[in-house]
Write a protein that binds this ligand. Sequence first.
Ligand code: URA
Length: 237
Amino acid sequence: MRLDKLLANMGFGSRKEVKQLLKQKAVTVDTVVVKDAALKVDPEAQHIAVFGERVQYIEFIYLMMNKPPGVISATEDDYDKTVIDLLDPFAQHLKPFPVGRLDKDTEGLLLITNDGQLTHNLLSPKKHVPKTYYAKIAGRVTEEDVKAFAAGVELEDGYVTMPGHLVILTSAEQSEIELTIQEGKFHQVKRMFEAVNKKVTYLKRLSMGPLQLDKNLKLGEYREITEEELALLIENK
Ligand code: URA
């Protein structure tokens, strides 16, 4: 890879700005000052430094966010803030995108990465990756609903869902539940409850496959996923 491309990719500015750094003799490759922007380098085999600090080449980024309500699960939007807008400039520079969508008003676990292969594996309908949600429901959720969800419910457009595992946490005028589904149809949880004449008033995703929302993350916060979490996600495919 060209030296200027590597440095630009790692957030050291545009190619033009990187040229300035090279001119200033700020860049070394294996301790030798380099001014040639086109020099071919191997960031894994060579020690590349800017102002004496080693440049770690990162190709992929994997972030877990506790998505807050009011932001869109997309890379850009004309009206609203997106989850990408909440990231620091270095993370943004790696051009990550959210893995699937949560509604604007939904909170909770959102994986954000630039790894297209992993994204494909997690979103592929064939893989049946389970997703668990916590929800508050206007109305009394009953054992009938548990059975209906276990059998699959017919949505308003005629689509019959795959079985969902519904756990009632509290059943009252306002109920609390956890629901695990293996699909990701548009507004699926809300539409499943509409199919049994109930309304979701609050929705939060708790897990996606082996990845659990880190309880220490406040709304809008994110962290890199650990090696262990990544290994579990990759195995899951
Ligand atoms: N189901 C929904 O209805 N909304 C979401 O954001 C996720 C699942």
